[in-house]
Ligand binder design. Structure first.
Ligand code: FEO
Length: 403
């Protein structure tokens, strides 16, 4: 039996949830499943927007068949070729032999890479700004290169003011029987994974997100249909503002995120003492153990906080490996505009602060605190005043970020 979901009189969600998945893209831990959204517009012509991951292909094909209700499928708009949206394309085109693949040249090239030349004669190539009339609806194509793949296309339905936004504005988590973000307590249950999704999937490409915003400027958008997560029909400014901030690497919170890598507890204790000192001054802190937290949570925290402190033991004359991994991911995700401080620990040759800084010097506009807190083996090597002085130096280095 299908699980077709009606969005409006002419638009259906024909995608499906995968609640068994535990690692999205085999990297990102997800506790609450994942939705793979595919949409069918039923106008004089029928138009499908993207397909789904293989894991939910059976449900997708059942839903599509029900939504078409005997009509033929005219167009398949391919906005993104990553296999979580394209894995079922070839099978789809076989099932619906009259349909055209509406796509740009980069999608067409990737389509051939994934599936071979067998369906090339069915490409209907679009260019930036092209419009496809389907009867009552006009579909305007807005290319969104590197948000987060080069071929990505968004589609603006100027008739119903709907933006089909590809991966943008998506989030981790299944829909679980609901359709719209306003049907759940989004801030409480989904905001954290909305940020984690953005920071890790799209975060590297802030300039490209800004470029798409410029193209969309002036278009009235009443609904956003992303390829993952809930559909937005209310409070669109809430997510537009988030994307505006995230894409400019502007933190949404005040205070400091402190990350520690500790084997026997001394570095953890120092990090905790620093957090306590900030707390006693009324400053918000987040304290995360890099050995325990997946790096995607660390990346999300770094996008959220203006001030970052990294505390690591010296390990094999280097950085503690989970910390080193996290730092390299921060660089890979193009984080910018942060104030950064370091705590190092070493029983004979503390060196991790210098090495951590060398990695983060690859980030743009990082302001480094020259005052490094050095521990030798245990907290016996420092005093309460050392902690207070260190916190003073973090605040001085941060400047107005703490205001
Ligand atoms: Fe959801 Fe970039 O794929």
């Amino acid at each position: 039996m299908d699980n077709l979901r009606k969005i409006s009189d002419s638009l259906y969600l024909v995608g499906a949830d995968d609640r068994k998945i535990s690692l999205f893209e085999r990297v990102y831990p997800i506790d609450n499943g994942m939705s793979y959204n595919s949409y069918l517009l039923t106008d004089e012509k029928t138009v499908l927007f993207d397909t789904v991951d293989k894991a939910v292909s059976q449900k997708f094909f059942e839903n599509l068949k029900a939504a078409l209700d005997g009509k033929k499928l005219d167009y398949v708009v391919v906005q993104h070729m990553e296999p979580d949206h394209s894995a079922t394309l070839k099978e789809l085109m076989k099932k619906y032999p009259e349909s055209k693949i509406v796509c740009n040249a980069k999608v067409a090239a990737m389509f051939i890479q994934f599936f071979g030349e067998c369906l090339s004669e069915r490409f209907y190539e679009i260019k930036e700004g092209d419009c496809l009339n389907t009867g009552k609806h006009n579909l305007n194509f807005v290319f969104a290169p590197m948000v987060h793949w080069p071929e990505v296309t968004m589609t603006y339905d100027s008739t119903d003011k709907i933006l089909f936004s590809a991966d943008a504005f998506g989030h981790f988590g299944a829909l679980n029987g609901k359709l719209f973000a306003d049907q759940v307590n989004f801030e409480k249950y989904y905001e954290e994974d909305f940020c984690r999704y953005y920071a890790n999937i799209v975060g590297k490409y802030g300039a490209q997100v800004q470029a798409v915003f410029k193209k969309l400027n002036g278009k009235e958008i009443k609904t956003i249909c992303p390829l993952h997560g809930y559909i937005w029909r209310k409070d669109l400014n809430y997510i537009f503002e988030k994307y505006e901030n995230y894409s400019k690497y502007l933190p949404e919170r005040h205070g400091i995120a402190i990350f520690y890598g500790s084997v026997y507890g001394a570095t953890e204790s120092a990090a905790e003492k620093i957090a306590c000192e900030f707390n006693s001054r009324g400053i918000e802190t987040l304290l995360l153990d890099v050995s325990k937290e997946h790096y995607s949570k660390i990346i999300a925290a770094c996008f959220n906080y203006p001030n970052l402190c990294f505390a690591s033991i010296t390990y094999n004359n280097g950085i503690f490996s989970p910390m080193e991994h996290a730092l390299r991911e921060i660089v890979a995700h193009n984080l910018q505009n942060r104030s950064v401080s370091f705590v190092q620990n070493g029983s004979w040759a503390p060196a991790s602060a210098k090495l951590m800084r060398e990695i983060l010097e690859n980030c743009k506009n990082f302001r480094f605190n020259e005052n490094v807190l050095t521990i030798k083996s245990s907290l016996n090597s420092i005093t309460e005043n050392d902690i207070k002085d260190f916190v003073d130096s973090i605040i001085a280095n941060a400047g107005p970020a703490f205001c």
